[in-house]
Design a protein around this ligand. Structure first.
Ligand SMILES: [Zn+2]
Length: 357
């Protein structure tokens, strides 16, 4: 049985952007066999779409000599609490965001109909069943949006349909969680007054709001002010891995109450009971987080939130091709055909349809 996958979070645009070359859309479309994702490998495992993140890196060096983010060195320790990077101003972030939107547009334009940037729930459903790769444009950290919200309308017109008000960094809208273990996600202040305004604008435009990098106070502010189902596109269960990036049972109660969604993240630091970012990590832990969420939330509020090309992966899941053994493992452990379809794409498609309308 082949299960088509729609995923809550990937950073392939960031990976391609770092290559700093022209016509980099060809690397994606023809397949560069680097990182975790490109179109041929996605097609091979029927990975048919997801939230494609547009992320602005902090100007301080992000990558160490061993080709991994510097913060990963600290995240191999028994305990850690990394400082939040500085705020990035809108004028600095916007050109990078525009370049990534252009890259997405190039990918779609040169794909001969194989890739579709989806603008509505029905658009997504149609393209998904026509077997296109379906892209939902997501901004991870709303640095590029100015305090008058002039840019928001233009970004919406360019295809933006999902926003995380913060990455793990402050913005004028709120504050993200620092990477800390073991630690509660209650690490700082909630949304600013501009953050509350952003939520209202997103509700009006029907843009999904992502809680994944928010601290707990920010999460409760979104629960208070947003009319939409609560979403965490790529976060795990705090009960199994007490990391700041993961969700407490109280947060899960609120997600369940609004018929929202959680995407299970594959990064070792958010899976492992010891919070370590090390590749030597069993993919059984991914299944364990699924089981926990299904027990706690029911079958309708959980899906994938891989973080492919945005984080380290367990060594047996070193690219999207590892989805096949992962799905086999889930089936072997008793996940029914009906449940697998929900987890693989139906739950995300339903959430997007209900929010974008
Ligand atoms: Zn993220």
């Amino acid at each position: 049985m082949n299960y088509s996958i729609f995923d809550g979070h990937n950073d392939v645009l960031f990976r391609l952007f770092l290559k700093n070359k022209i016509n980099v859309h060809e690397d994606f479309l023809l397949g560069d066999n680097e990182g975790h994702l490109d179109l041929p490998r996605m097609e091979e495992v029927d990975f048919r779409g997801g939230f494609f993140a547009i992320y602005v890196p902090s100007p301080e060096a992000e990558v160490s000599s061993s080709d991994k983010p510097i913060r990963y060195d600290d995240m191999e320790k028994d305990e850690y609490s990394l400082p939040l990077p500085d705020l990035i101003v809108s004028d600095q972030a916007l050109p990078i965001v525009i370049r990534k939107i252009s890259l997405l547009s190039q990918i779609e334009k040169h794909s001969q109909g194989k890739v579709k940037i989806c603008l509505s729930g029905s658009d997504l459903e149609k393209s998904f069943h026509q077997r296109s790769l379906c892209i939902l444009m997501h901004i991870e950290g709303a640095e590029c949006i100015d305090d008058n919200f002039y840019n928001l309308e233009a970004l919406y017109r360019s295809g933006l349909r999902s926003i995380g008000p913060v990455w793990s960094r402050p913005t004028i809208f709120g504050e993200g969680v620092p990477f800390a273990f073991p630690n509660s996600p209650d690490t700082g202040k909630g949304l600013t007054s501009k953050g509350v305004e952003l939520i209202k604008h997103c509700n009006d435009l029907k843009i999904i709001i992502d809680n994944s990098h928010l601290n707990e106070k920010g999460f409760w502010d979104i629960a208070k002010y947003s009319h939409n189902p609560l979403v965490a596109t790529h976060s795990n269960a705090h009960q199994l891995c007490p990391h700041t990036r993961n969700l407490t049972n109280k947060q899960l109660d609120a997600i369940k109450e609004t018929k929202g969604m959680v995407g299970v993240n594959f990064a070792p630091a958010f899976l492992r009971p010891d919070g370590k970012m090390i590749a030597e990590t069993d993919i059984q832990l991914i299944v364990d987080h699924f089981k926990y969420f299904i027990d706690y939330l029911g079958e309708e509020c959980v899906g994938f939130g891989s973080d492919f090309d945005g984080a380290m992966m367990p060594k047996n899941l070193s690219s999207v091709l590892g989805m096949t053994p992962l799905i086999e493992l889930m089936v072997k452990q008793g996940f029914s055909e009906g449940l697998m379809k929900k987890l693989c794409h139906q739950n995300w498609l339903s959430l997007i349809k209900r929010t974008l309308k």
